[in-house]
Ligand binder design. Structure first.
Ligand SMILES: Cc1ncc(COP(=O)(O)O)c(C=O)c1O
Length: 394
């Protein structure tokens, strides 16, 4: 009989599970057992497939990325890689595709975290970025340099909900012989499948719609095997891995993604229409509105009737009016992030775009009072009642 230390550490002989579990188990393990020295050598050398170590690959984390790839590409040709956050996914994609001396073209409205990564971090390693108005295809083409190694876009920009002309931008990248990667976080594959519009790589912060419950942080990149192999190598080398418990939560979220996203998109359109008709409101940005600059483009690129579930509303009266509106909200939570079951709102100028003063905001087309609303799963009438009372006397 072995000692209690040995029995506690190894446990009794495990019962084999021969049936397939309906819900995949969570592989909460940092490492994997191999049968022999030779098999260990073969798996490490890549002569045999197998799991070795969870920073490298974990079945639960990989299953999440595979499921997102299947949603992005129903034909099943694209592959996915899982990451510990959206920024980890973006970092590994940029590190894989850029080297010292590379140049990147990115939208001037790019997500603040991506902007910081490019300007604060990658610039120190010799990667330069031109931020351009990507709604202007000629300006985008003109920004390309001989050393441009990547065109970066966002399907829906924050907070204007500007829609990227994916086919037009894909043509520019193809002519230049460089990959076109897009951050599709604000859309989700239910609203738009960028690979079908000529995009090479789709990146998501899974923390948002994919997980959908504001309880897990993760990221994912989807695209062809040749590019994803390079991106995976950077993930392994930097340790930007997705933990299995987070992956299980994100995978659970995926099962209801179409239901959640359609409902949130429909509610967002109802709210956008009602608020844009209210005299206390200076402007509403949502592509469902015929007045939005990209209403027609979104109608062409997005699934029928879906325009995203983030609505930016600027009350009359500027910065103070925006903050006062936020303070009066009762049902909608004052919280950053998007894509969860509960609606959230932030005052853009004092949170996501904190670094910009009023004149820089004006140049970017952002009103100082703008409030960004991420529409959740509450009833549209309840949300609208809260938003209308939060507008106050106007
Ligand atoms: C468009 C976009 N991309 C990337 C990210 C980064 O994702 P994460 O917070 O999961 O790192 C965010 C987060 O807000 C985002 O809004």
């Amino acid at each position: 009989m072995t000692g209690d230390g040995t029995r506690a550490a190894h446990g009794p002989e495990r019962r084999a599970v021969t049936q397939e579990p309906l819900t995949p188990p969570v592989y909460r393990t940092s490492t994997f057992v191999l049968d022999s020295a030779q098999q260990t050598a073969d798996v490490f050398a890549g002569r045999e497939t197998g799991w070795t170590y969870s920073r490298t690959d974990n079945p639960t984390s990989q299953a999440f990325a595979d499921a997102v790839a299947y949603l992005e590409d129903p034909k099943g040709l694209a592959v996915g890689q899982p990451f510990g956050s959206g920024m980890a996914a973006i970092t590994c994609t940029l590190l894989a595709l850029c080297s010292n001396g590379s140049h990147v073209v990115a939208p001037q409205e790019v997500y603040g975290g991506t902007w910081a990564l490019l300007t604060r971090q990658l610039s120190r390693f010799g990667v330069q970025t031109s931020f351009v108005d990507m709604t202007d295809l000629d300006a985008t083409r003109a920004a390309l340099q001989p050393n441009t190694s990547l065109l970066w876009g966002e399907v829906l920009a924050n907070p204007s909900m500007t829609v990227a002309d994916l086919p037009g931008l894909a043509d520019i990248a193809r002519e230049a012989g460089i990959p076109f990667a897009v951050d599709a976080t604000f859309a989700s594959p239910i609203v738009c499948r960028p690979l079908e519009h000529g995009v090479d790589l789709v990146v998501h912060s899974a923390t948002k719609y994919l997980g959908g419950h504001s309880d897990a942080t993760g990221g994912v990149v989807v695209g062809p095997t040749a590019l994803l192999d390079r991106i995976r190598t950077v993930r392994v080398d930097t340790g930007a891995t997705l933990a299995p418990d987070e992956a299980a939560l994100l995978s659970r979220g995926l099962a209801t993604l179409p239901l959640r996203v359609r409902r949130q998109n429909e509610t967002a359109a109802v709210i956008a229409a009602a608020l844009s008709a209210d005299p206390r409101v200076a402007r509403v940005d949502h592509p469902s509105l015929p007045a939005h600059r990209d209403h027609e483009l979104a109608s062409r690129l997005f699934a029928p009737g879906l325009f995203g579930a983030v609505v930016t509303v600027a009350p009359q009266g500027g910065r103070e009016a925006g903050m006062a509106m936020l303070d009066r909200l009762q049902l909608v939570k004052r919280a950053t992030s998007l894509g969860g079951t509960t609606s959230k709102a932030v005052h853009v100028a004092t949170t996501t775009h904190l670094a910009m003063d009023d004149s820089t905001l004006a140049a970017a087309g952002i009103l100082p009072g703008a409030v960004r609303l991420s529409v959740g799963l509450e009833d549209a009438e309840d949300l609208l009642a809260d938003l209308l009372q939060a507008l106050g006397e106007g």
